[in-house]
Write a protein that binds this ligand. Structure first.
Ligand code: SF4
Length: 394
């Protein structure tokens, strides 16, 4: 028997459990059936009485052009209320993956020949187009009586008009944005507690993408070490370490204490001026901003295409928990100061720990009225501002 792969949640899983499924003759006993294999013309009435003791049903797809298995899955979920694992078994193609999930399948089971024609990335991409807007396409037994297909499509059209990337996962957003703004897009990173997520994603899509870090000369040495570790670990080949103009630093902050006497002037010298010249040269910028972070971001689109510079926010719909999960899933190293209670990390003189329950940004410029570094977007460009507007990356 050729070896098989189970594709579940867009990922390849071990399929050993499904190599020797039972056939319909197993229904004759009263034992629990671990995996039952059925043909796509099976009369479901003949197994309805035993569904409560069947853990998994594999439905045969002899060819991807034969869609009878989809109907069986729908009936099992809707008419019979089957709540075990349902697996489409056969040479399906990635384009059918989302539809299979909507019909009630939990996963697909494909052989090596099929996997050679379409890689795991093809299956993932199909799921990515689908994940945030996923709804069951069948009415569950105790749920609403009608299908959600039509209402979902209408709502989706409206949301796509407002945000062309609506519904895309972070990875798909990055892939599409990098393609759309080819050679004219930059990722600005603070090397803070969330930064590894986007850097890791970018490294898997295009490690030659320009990545900009603003090295103010005042960072924690842990941040600089983290920067070096991530850049090397992810193989980022166009990493740009931006520093203030040293002659200006010598003239305006000769003893390095400007942050104490005039923090706005210090940010202007060490952040705004060095960054403006670099970031504004790109047509699009990738940010790590998230909707949950501030009221101004509550309705933020994934792609903000208006203005002189487009903003791409792949993590717009992410929560802090999503970040943690992604970091764990990909075994990404945390910022070394996170464990010491620093939840938002900027320059060392202007950053303190926060206590449990405090707003993560309470540790920035703690003993001052200042809440932002003064870097803001106006008409799509980075500019200095006296107002306390949206914090961006630094
Ligand atoms: S955050 Fe503090 S040290 Fe860093 S540039 Fe601004 S004022 Fe200066």
């Amino acid at each position: 028997m050729p070896s098989h792969t189970l594709i579940q949640d867009g990922r390849a899983r071990d399929a050993a459990r499904f190599t020797d499924p039972s056939d319909l003759s197993a229904l004759d006993s009263n034992e629990t059936i671990d995996v039952l294999h059925i043909a796509n013309d099976t009369d479901l009435e003949s197994l309805a009485f035993a569904l409560g003791r069947i853990e998994t049903i594999l439905i045969d797809f002899p060819a991807y052009t034969d869609g009878r298995g989809f109907s069986l899955a729908r009936q099992l979920r809707t008419k019979y209320g089957y709540d075990g694992l349902l697996i489409a078994d056969g040479p399906l193609i990635p384009d059918q993956y989302a539809f299979a999930l909507q019909c009630g399948f939990s996963a697909v089971h494909i052989d090596d020949e099929t996997l050679k024609r379409h890689t795991i990335e093809d299956w993932q991409a199909n799921l990515d187009d689908f994940d945030l807007t996923y709804q069951r396409g069948y009415a569950i037994k105790a749920g609403p009586a009608t299908s959600v297909f039509d209402s979902r499509l209408t709502a989706l059209d409206k949301r796509k008009a407002a945000d062309p990337f609506f519904g895309h996962s972070a990875e798909l957003t990055l892939r599409k944005a990098i393609k759309k703004y080819q050679g004219d897009i930059v990722l600005a990173t603070s090397m803070g507690v969330d930064s590894a997520v986007l850097l890791h994603m970018v490294s898997r899509i295009d490690p030659s993408l320009p990545v900009v870090f603003l090295d103010t000369g005042k960072h924690f040495r842990e941040t600089l070490g983290y920067r070096d570790d991530l850049v090397s670990r992810f193989g980022l080949t166009d990493f740009r370490n931006i520093t203030p103009d040293q002659s200006q630093v010598l003239a305006e902050d000769p003893d390095g204490t400007l942050n104490q006497s005039e923090p706005d002037a210090c940010c202007d010298l060490r952040k705004i001026r060095p960054l403006e010249g670099v970031i504004n040269g790109f047509g699009a910028r990738i940010t790590g901003r998230k909707r949950y972070q501030t009221p101004d971001r509550a309705n933020m689109a994934i792609l903000e295409a208006g203005g002189a510079q487009a903003k791409v926010n792949p993590l717009a719909y992410w929560t802090a928990k999503d970040v943690t999960q992604y970091m764990r899933q990909h075994d990404l190293p945390p910022h070394p100061l996170l464990a010491l209670g620093y939840l938002s990390i900027g320059c060392q003189p202007c950053t303190t720990r926060v206590t449990p329950g405090e707003d993560p940004r309470a540790g920035r410029w703690r003993h001052s009225e200042k809440t932002e570094c003064g870097i803001h977007m106006v008409d799509g460009k980075w500019v200095s501002s006296e107002t306390k507007a949206t914090f961006e990356a630094f």
